[in-house]
Design a protein around this ligand. Structure first.
Ligand code: 5AD
Length: 367
C-alpha cells in the first residue's frame, strides 16, 4: 500500500501525517484526499450545507491589520447600517429559511457599539427564530457575556495565523480597552468565549507571505488544542490599498500561478481539517470564490459544510471589501440565494433550509 492510503486510513493523524498531506501536489493524490474528506464529512456531519446569511453591517474599525481592506487607516468611505436596515436583512433571511445569520463588522469596543449590537440581537431573537453567529472581533469578557445573554450562541474569531511572530508582524499595535492586541490576547478571547458557553469558531488566512506549510499544520493543531466547534478559513487575497497587498504586488507574487497555489492550499486545509477534526462545522468561504469561480463548490467537495451567503444590502456591498475582486458585490440577496443553492446541489449536497445546523462537535461535548 502506498503512504497516502495508509495515512488516509488512519483515525488519528500525527503532525508528520498532516505535513505529508499538506505537501501533496499530484492531482490524482489530491483527488483521493478530497474524496476521503468528503466521505468523512458525510459520516460525521452529513451531506448538508447550512447557510449563515452574512450581514456586514459596518466597516468602521479600530484595527490596522496590514492585509485588510477596511483597516483603520485605509482611505475607504465608512458606513454603519441603521437598526432598520439590519432588521430588514434578518427578516429577509428568516423569510427565505436561512437558519442563521452572521453579524459581522469592523471592530469597535465602545459602549455605544456594545449596546447597539445587544439591541440588534434582542430584536432578532424577539422577531425571528434565527440562530445568531457573531463575528465582531476582540471584546471584554463582559461584552461577550452580555451578547450571549441576549441570545447570540456562536462566535467566530479567527486567530489569523497560529505563528505568533507572523501574527505580530501583520497586526500593528493599537491601544484597546481590553489590553494590547497581542497573540496571547486573542487566545484569551477564544478561551473566554468557550467559558461563557458559545459555540466557538476560529480560522486562519492561507498563503500569507512567508507562511510555511509547517505553519499551516500548526494551525490545524491549534484548532484541535482549542477544541473549536467551527472553522472559517480561506486563502489570502490581495487588497491593493493595504501594506501587505502592496508588498505582494511589488514582488510579483499575485500571478495566476500564485493565486492557484493559495487556492489549492485553501482546499487542502479544508480537506485535512475535515480528516483531522471530523465533526466540526467548516465553512467554504467567499475568499475561495474570489480566487476560483467554482471555489465554494470545490470547498464543499473537499469537506466543508457551511456557506455564508452575503445578504448585505446591495448599496453597501462595495464598501465592505476586505480584498480585491470580492465576488457577488453587484448581486442582490435573491440572486445570491438562487445561485448558491444551484451550486450546492451541483455537488450532490442539499441545503439545510430552516435549520440552525449547529456543530455536532459542540453537541457532542455538551452531552
Ligand atoms: N484576504 C483574505 N481574507 C481576509 N480577511 C481580511 N482581509 C483579508 C484578505 N485580504 C479575513 C480575516 C478576517 C475575516 C473577517 O476576513 O481573516 O478575520
Amino acid at each position: 500500500m502506498d503512504r497516502l492510503n495508509v495515512v488516509l486510513d488512519k483515525t488519528n493523524l500525527t503532525p508528520e501525517d498532516l505535513l505529508f498531506l499538506m505537501k501533496l501536489e499530484n492531482s490524482d493524490d489530491l483527488a483521493r484526499l478530497y474524496e476521503r474528506a468528503y466521505s468523512v464529512k458525510e459520516k460525521n456531519v452529513g451531506k448538508k450545507a447550512y447557510y449563515r446569511g452574512l450581514i456586514e453591517f459596518s466597516n468602521v474599525c479600530i484595527r490596522d491589520c496590514t492585509y485588510c481592506g477596511i483597516r483603520k487607516t485605509s482611505p475607504q468611505e465608512r458606513f454603519t447600517m441603521t437598526k432598520e436596515e439590519i432588521m430588514s436583512m434578518a427578516h429577509w433571511a428568516h423569510k427565505n429559511q436561512y437558519g442563521s445569520v452572521t453579524l459581522q463588522s469592523g471592530e469597535r469596543q465602545d459602549a455605544e457599539f456594545e449596546a447597539f449590537v445587544a439591541d440588534i440581537i434582542n430584536t432578532i431573537k424577539k422577531e425571528t427564530d434565527l440562530g445568531i453567529t457573531l463575528c465582531l472581533g476582540e471584546q471584554s469578557l463582559e461584552t461577550y457575556q452580555k451578547w450571549f445573554d441576549c441570545g447570540a450562541h456562536r462566535y467566530l474569531l479567527r486567530i489569523e495565523t497560529s505563528n505568533a511572530d507572523l501574527y505580530k508582524k501583520i497586526h500593528p499595535m493599537i491601544e484597546t480597552s481590553s489590553g494590547a492586541n497581542t497573540f496571547e490576547e486573542r487566545v484569551t478571547c477564544l478561551d473566554n468565549l468557550r467559558k461563557i458557553g458559545y459555540q466557538v469558531g476560529t480560522g486562519v488566512m492561507i498563503g500569507l507571505p512567508s507562511q510555511t506549510e509547517e505553519d499551516l499544520v500548526n494551525d490545524l493543531i491549534f484548532f484541535k488544542k482549542q477544541d473549536v466547534d467551527m472553522i472559517g478559513m480561506g486563502p489570502y487575497a490581495v487588497h491593493k490599498d493595504t501594506p501587505m497587498g502592496q508588498e505582494v504586488l511589488s514582488h510579483g507574487l499575485d500571478s495566476d500561478a500564485e493565486k492557484e497555489r493559495r487556492f489549492l492550499l485553501g482546499l487542502k486545509m479544508i480537506a485535512i481539517a475535515r480528516l483531522y477534526l471530523k465533526d466540526v462545522n467548516i465553512a467554504a468561504t467567499t475568499a475561495l470564490q474570489a480566487l476560483d469561480p467554482f471555489g465554494r463548490e470545490k470547498g464543499l467537495k473537499a469537506g466543508a459544510n457551511i456557506l455564508m451567503p452575503i445578504i448585505t444590502l446591495k448599496e453597501h456591498r462595495r464598501k465592505y471589501q476586505l480584498y480585491d475582486n470580492k465576488p457577488c458585490i453587484d448581486d442582490d440577496q435573491d440572486h445570491c440565494k438562487q445561485c448558491l443553492t444551484g451550486r450546492v446541489r451541483s455537488v450532490g449536497d442539499e441545503v439545510g433550509f430552516g435549520e440552525w445546523g449547529d456543530s455536532p462537535h459542540f453537541s457532542g461535548n455538551a452531552s
